[in-house]
Design a protein around this ligand. Structure first.
Ligand code: GLN
Length: 479
């Protein structure tokens, strides 16, 4: 077998040129999974047989001279909150145990059409609520760089799958940071696209006004390629932007000469000193590459976390009401219907999910709606206005992705507030609906990776990928 390229684009090119077969690519990744998955636990389910069969079909198409897509033969791991037809989809919750969706999420169909091979469903914090993957009903995922530490969350399985070499790319979902934070903690690239750029059809909802699907990859160009494939209008999602997918890969190599990059002067404190040091070096690198650094103010940012922990649970309390033992997964039998609902939900949901349903139901209840949910929506508006003002002066903004590097298991589980603070820099973009990405940029405490976050205005993916590409170059080049 020819050497296996590291990047998704390299694998697709080698498969299309018949230098390597799609089957060999899959077999190599499956063998890496069997070597290390016992330690890492990135997957809820590895779909080995289906993946081999799909790879064989791609090889047959290529042998028959048929045209294949831009991701032909590229293994991809899918977060287990995206529907896969006939394949168990659990959100890492007991309440969905055994549920097999009758349809594919739009992103899954688009990846399939592009020739990508689904290799499995990845572990997550139950219903995507968490920052460490410790809230999974199936047990935690471990960080491939140090298995005594968390991979971040909630898309920890998808991040770990890429970092461990189980698949060159994967999909996650990001409601408050769940792609960018685990990407930072695992030393890879993670992208949250503009709200509405990627269809949410078939993504099991956590907080619908914030949720977005995006890729993990080893390098910025692969992340751009996957974004291109999954983006673009979908009539099945009423919030989908009615525009075709933008072309983004070309932006990655364009450099930042002439760009204006924002430094947030009133950024909430709390980042580890090494993280702040890497951020300063990132600004220097962009300056050296011809960008201008401009100070911007985002005064409402310090309220973002509070607003998010009202808005997201409020939406979750409504979205998760559908899991009642009638239509999906688990049912705990009881003498009457109400008792059945109660018993099913008590047994099916984990502690964090219950905490959020209660928080959200409280925030939405008559008498408290204006004081909590209504106020949080006003803060959301102020944050959007702050960004709007900032983007009159700059093309993109840099912040840390996570205030801390990967932490040890158990460090934050007993203190929800300290866990929530992991998302202090990622949440504002979700509230604004903007794109953002995390790019690995050196290391921090314990030699663990630090991620720098690039933020851009709505549909500013092209500027975002230019900056991301430059940071990658400055940090030693594409992997
Ligand atoms: N960690 C945040 C939360 O627990 C964000 C999760 C996410 O983006 N899905 O809500």
């Amino acid at each position: 077998m020819a050497t296996l390229p590291h990047s998704a684009s390299g694998i697709a090119a080698a498969v299309a040129a018949r230098e390597i077969s799609a089957r060999e690519v899959i077999d190599e990744h499956l063998s890496r999974i069997s070597e290390r998955e016992g330690d890492i636990h990135a997957f809820n389910l590895v779909t080995a047989d289906a993946a081999r069969a799909h790879a064989d079909a791609i090889d047959a198409d290529i042998a028959a001279g048929k045209s294949v897509g831009p991701l032909a033969g590229v293994p991809i791991a899918i977060k287990d909150n995206m529907c896969t037809h006939g394949i168990e989809t659990t959100c890492s919750s007991k309440i969905l145990e055994g549920w097999k969706p009758p349809y594919n999420a739009t992103v899954v169909s688009r990846l399939h059409a592009a020739g990508a091979v689904n290799i499995g469903k990845t572990n997550l914090d139950e219903f995507a609520m968490g920052s460490s993957t410790e809230n999974s009903a199936n047990g935690p995922t471990r960080n491939p760089l140090d298995i005594s530490r968390v991979p971040g969350g909630s898309s920890g399985g998808s991040a770990a799958a890429v970092a461990a070499g189980f698949s060159p790319v994967s999909l996650g979902s990001d409601t408050g940071g769940s792609i960018r934070q685990p990407a930072a903690l695992c030393g890879i690239v993670g992208v949250k696209p503009t709200y509405g750029l990627v269809s949410r059809y078939g993504l099991i909802a956590y907080a619908s006004s914030l949720d977005q699907i995006g890729p993990f990859a080893h390098n910025v160009a692969d992340a751009a390629l996957i974004t291109e494939v999954i983006a673009g209008h979908d009539p099945m999602d009423s919030t989908s932007i009615p525009q075709p997918a933008p072309s983004l890969v070309a932006s990655v190599g364009q450099g930042v000469a002439g760009m204006r990059i924002g430094r947030v002067v009133d950024l909430p404190e709390g980042a580890e000193p090494e993280v702040t040091a890497r951020l300063n070096e990132a600004f220097e690198a962009l300056k050296d590459a011809g960008a201008t650094i401009v100070d911007v103010k985002l005064p409402s940012l310090s309220y973002a976390l509070t607003a998010y922990y009202l808005i997201a649970p409020a939406e979750a309390s409504s979205n998760l009401a559908r899991f009642d033992g009638v239509r999906y997964g688990l049912r705990v039998n009881a003498p009457d219907t109400n008792a059945m609902y109660g018993a099913t939900r008590a047994a099916g949901f984990g502690d964090e999910v219950k905490r959020r349903i209660m928080l959200g139901t409280y925030a939405l209840s008559a008498g408290y709606y204006d004081a909590y949910y209504g106020k949080a929506l006003k803060v959301r508006k102020l944050i959007a206005q702050d960004f709007e003002n900032a983007y009159k002066q700059v093309d993109a903004i840099l912040t840390p992705t996570s205030p801390v590097v990967a932490f040890k298991f158990g460090d934050k589980v007993d203190d929800p507030m300290s866990m929530y603070l992991c998302d202090i820099y990622t949440i504002p973009t979700n509230l604004a609906g903007h794109p953002a990405m995390s790019v690995p940029f050196g290391t921090g405490a314990h030699d663990l990776p630090v991620g720098i976050q690039v933020l851009a205005p709505a549909l500013g993916e092209s500027a975002m990928f230019r900056v991301g590409g430059e940071l990658e170059r400055a940090a030693g080049g594409a992997k």
